[in-house]
Design a protein around this ligand. Structure first.
Ligand SMILES: NC(=O)c1ccc[n+]([C@@H]2O[C@H](COP(=O)([O-])OP(=O)(O)OC[C@H]3O[C@@H](n4cnc5c(N)ncnc54)[C@H](OP(=O)(O)O)[C@@H]3O)[C@@H](O)[C@H]2O)c1
Length: 284
């Protein structure tokens, strides 16, 4: 593979271009809707030119790094050639969105870095160890595996048709963590604690929980009142939350029911304790 190009000089395209360029890969061209975005992204990458999308498709491997809804129309608008590789970086959009390129003879696939792309410098440091969800026929899969490994990323093969579950499932421990932090901040604001103080106090708990799960697995890391069978604490939590809002108490119940499933799985509580917890929590 002699040359790589990107079409879409946004957060992800710019970051991956820098990362692979630093890793010695032939990042040759960057294009974008706005030529100024391409120029900025290519600046400082020796041997990489800011070009038009029509020029960028001349590369051997072309990454379409535009918003998901733009991938299909963009793929359908460009002049592909037989045997070149065309890859998008969306988690949730199937590779079939590139069918127009495949019909023109291109080999299509997906490369989804499971990481947050905000600003390039921050994300570059987060890529080693992050997973790349990859998809494509064997020759392309092999290239994408090697590209992942060049960045210290862990390749994970995605079967066709799995992407909505792959991406949707990941949100529970991705951006939905922000919703969990917000629930904690809402509860604590009732006794005068600011969001900043909440984060200071609870981010170490969040990190500790995640680090424990990384070592021991999910069920064996269980801590808190449900893991101990402390029914009265759970009842106290629910009474306090119900005074704040039914909706927040209801969310606690939904999570507590799922936590009870973990407690059953790790097998430390006796049946009468599990039953008492289930009764206190309700159907969830
Ligand atoms: N951000 C993340 O955390 C993340 C993580 C994993 C995967 N992804 C995936 O990466 C892809 C890109 O996401 P992103 O967050 O980088 O989006 P983004 O920051 O919005 O960047 C996309 C860029 O594409 C350009 N663009 C839009 N339409 C175009 C078109 N028709 N032709 C050429 N360029 C066009 C725009 O640049 P100009 O208008 O300035 O030219 C825009 O800035 C998506 O498929 C997303 O699902 C994102």
């Amino acid at each position: 593979m002699q040359s790589i190009s990107f079409i879409g000089a946004g957060r992800l395209g710019t970051t991956l271009a820098i990362a692979w360029h630093r890793a010695g890969m032939p990042v040759a061209m960057i294009a974008s809707r706005n030529p100024e975005s391409a120029r900025k992204a290519a600046a400082g990458l020796e041997g990489c030119a800011a070009v038009t999308p029509e020029q960028a498709v001349q590369a051997d491997l072309v990454f379409l790094t535009v918003p998901d809804d733009d991938i299909g129309p963009l793929a359908a608008s460009l002049p592909w050639r037989k045997g070149q590789y065309v890859v998008h970086c969306s988690g949730a959009t199937e590779v079939a969105v590139l069918d127009a390129a495949a019909q023109a003879g291109a080999i299509t696939g997906g490369y989804h870095p499971m990481q947050i792309f905000s600003d390039p410098q921050r994300t570059l440091a987060l890529l080693p160890g992050a997973t790349a969800g990859i998809e494509g026929p064997p020759a392309l899969e092999q290239i994408l595996r090697q590209l992942a490994e060049k960045l210290g990323m862990v390749p994970m093969l995605l079967p066709p048709g799995s992407r909505a579950l792959y991406h949707g499932g990941s949100l529970f421990v991705g951006t939905f963590l922000l919703s969990m932090l917000n629930e904690a901040a809402r509860a604590w604001s009732a006794f005068g604690i600011s969001e900043e103080q909440t984060l200071r106090a609870l981010l170490p708990v969040a990190r500790g929980t995640l680090e424990t799960a990384a070592v021991k697995g999910v069920a064996a890391s269980l801590a808190g009142p449900i893991s101990r069978g402390d029914v009265k604490v759970v009842q106290r939590h629910l009474r306090a939350l119900e005074q704040l809002s039914d909706e927040q108490a209801s969310f606690y119940r939904q999570l507590a029911v799922r936590q009870l499933q973990l407690a059953r799985r790790n097998g430390k509580l006796q049946q009468h304790q599990l039953d008492a917890l289930q009764e206190a929590i309700g159907p969830g």
